[in-house]
Design a protein around this ligand. Structure first.
Ligand code: FAD
Length: 494
């Protein structure tokens, strides 16, 4: 007797046979039944919003084992959900429904295969934790730059599949721009090995680019090659109070020009966000005495030894470059107040404050998170218009963002004394997405679509692009077995 997979509509072979096959492939110790206690962390996503019980969690150790697991799932008509560090924020890494999919966890594929010192690249398996890759590069005097709050848990496969960004995209780009090679198992179980790490390779469609940002819907990434960079020799980190958000592009560009393009972080941290962090984490100290309505946390770095040398007036040469930029901006009345970290501890405290925001908002109470991007020049208009509109509806906007690349995390929470459930969330979302469309913005900047933004995707993504995505998906995964129900919305009835 065969069951029907509710996610794909296909028949599923009896679970007993199937589990035995999985155990033969990866070893019994590396297959957990979905209903077991040990599988509990895999059944729910980081936000707690999405859950689903898999048939089993299977943990292959090699690319070959991944390929065999995929073939076995195909043979049995079982859908598959790849999973890494489970820090994704859109419900992409949990199954839809119960008992229909297998979770393929890449966590045991955690080797750093190679670090090419001359070519300045690193080859890592999909289950390597981002922070581990950073540390391995640092051990060799190089930098793996991708940085964000979940770096201690997020894994390379997840990072690539969501095309993660974070706080230094302004300098180094997103995961896509850093990746120069990929190895993956396609939905039919075949392996593509494109781990050459070549900086130039124009030999047809770029399957690497197709898999990056595909959220596990086109195959399972098993390893990748990334660019590495020289380690900064000097750093200047600080917090600014700006007269107006509309001045942020000028501040960014003056800092860039004076430092030779050295801005590594340029993060929007307005008063409301800093207040929430300090309330939820009382040990965090406000960076400026007089709270900055328009706060910006920034870091400028330089890989040049010269910039780490002492300057005439004290401090490093890089610091004096930053001071000279700030002097100009203060004379123009654009920067109202500034704090520069005077020790490594102060620098780390500023970073810890920045990275605490998502947890602080989550602890603060119910909220709806938008992860949007805009042309830099349109950010101030978006924030001013939306803040006014949603405040009238009873929301308190809590915004932070990777301002340097026009990416805002615009969260709506309830004003004190207002009941979240009574607030007109649909109206607020509609207002935000209409304004985004008018300002040429994107409704999903760096976290992806997963399950959580399928409704927005079908409303706002150009239908010709959606059709092309569906055609690619069908060509590579005709049975729809890889991560069904994610990223690509089902077309609406005509
Ligand atoms: C506190 C916090 C801060 C964050 N800050 C940022 C930020 O600044 N910038 C940012 O971009 N993101 C951020 N995120 C989101 C998240 O960390 C990233 O999306 C991360 O890249 C996900 O990696 P993961 O290993 O946890 O993936 P998972 O959550 O395990 O999976 C994410 C998606 O990738 C797919 N997937 C996982 N592994 C593979 C694989 N090997 N092959 C194919 N598909 C796979 C899954 O099916 C799922 O669709 C943050 C999250 C948290 C909790």
């Amino acid at each position: 007797m065969w069951d029907v997979n509710v996610a794909t509509g296909l028949s599923v072979a009896p679970v007993g046979d199937f589990l035995a096959g999985l155990k033969r492939t990866v070893g019994a110790a590396h297959v957990i039944r979905g209903v077991d206690d040990e599988a509990a962390p895999y059944r729910r996503d980081w936000t707690g919003q999405f859950s689903g019980s898999p048939i089993a969690v299977v943990k292959p150790k090699t690319t070959q084992e991944v390929a065999e697991v995929v073939k076995l799932c195909c043979d049995h008509g079982v859908s598959m959900v790849p999973t890494g560090g489970r820090t994704g924020l859109c419900g992409g890494g949990v199954p839809i429904g119960d008992g229909t999919s297998v979770l393929i966890s890449l966590e045991r594929m955690n080797s750093v295969r190679h670090l090419d010192q001359d070519g300045r690249s690193i080859t890592v398996e999909a289950g390597v934790v981002l922070q581990t890759a950073q540390e391995r590069a640092r051990d060799r005097g190089l930098v793996f730059p991708l940085t964000f709050g979940a770096q201690g848990s997020a894994m390379i496969g997840g990072v690539l599949s969501t095309n993660a960004g974070g706080s230094n995209v302004v300098r180094y780009g997103t995961a896509r721009e850093l990746c120069i090679g990929i190895e993956a198992v396609l939905p039919n179980g075949s392996v593509i090995n494109a781990l050459t790490g070549l900086r130039k390779d124009n030999t047809g469609y770029d399957l690497r680019d197709l898999l990056i940002g595909a959220e596990g819907t086109l195959g399972i990434i098993t390893a990748a090659v990334f660019k590495l960079f020289p380690e900064p020799k000097a750093r200047t980190t600080g917090f600014l109070s700006l007269a107006a958000l509309a001045d942020a592009p000028r501040v960014l560009n003056v800092l860039q020009d004076r430092s030779g393009g050295g801005v590594e972080a340029f993060e929007y941290m307005p008063k409301a966000a800093v207040d929430v962090i300090c309330r939820v984490f009382p040990k965090v100290r406000k960076p400026l005495e007089d709270a900055a309505q328009t706060g910006v946390f920034f870091e400028v770095t330089s890989p040049r030894e010269d910039d780490a040398q002492s300057a005439d007036g004290g401090g490093t040469r890089l610091e004096s470059l930053v001071f000279s930029a700030l002097e100009v901006l203060m004379e123009e009345g654009i920067v109202v107040d500034a704090m520069i970290a005077q020790s490594e501890q102060q620098r780390l405290d500023l970073w810890a404050m920045r990275e605490a925001i998502l947890e602080a908002i989550t602890e603060n109470g119910p909220a709806y998170h938008m992860d949007i991007s805009l042309p830099l020049a349109a950010v101030a208009e978006f924030v001013a218009t939306m803040d006014e509109a949603v405040s009238e509806m009873g929301f308190q906007p809590l915004t932070v963002g990777h301002l340097g690349d026009g990416n805002l995390h615009y969260a709506l929470s309830a004003q004190p004394g207002r009941n979240w459930a009574d607030l007109p969330l649909a109206r607020a979302k509609q207002a935000a997405f209409a304004l985004l469309a008018k300002l040429n913005g994107s409704f999903s900047a760096e976290h992806g679509i997963g399950q959580s933004k399928l409704d927005v995707m079908i409303d706002l993504k150009e239908s010709s692009q959606l059709d092309a995505m569906r055609a690619i998906k069908t060509a590579l995964d005709p049975s729809g077995l890889i991560n069904p129900g994610k990223l690509i919305p089902v077309p609406r009835d005509p």
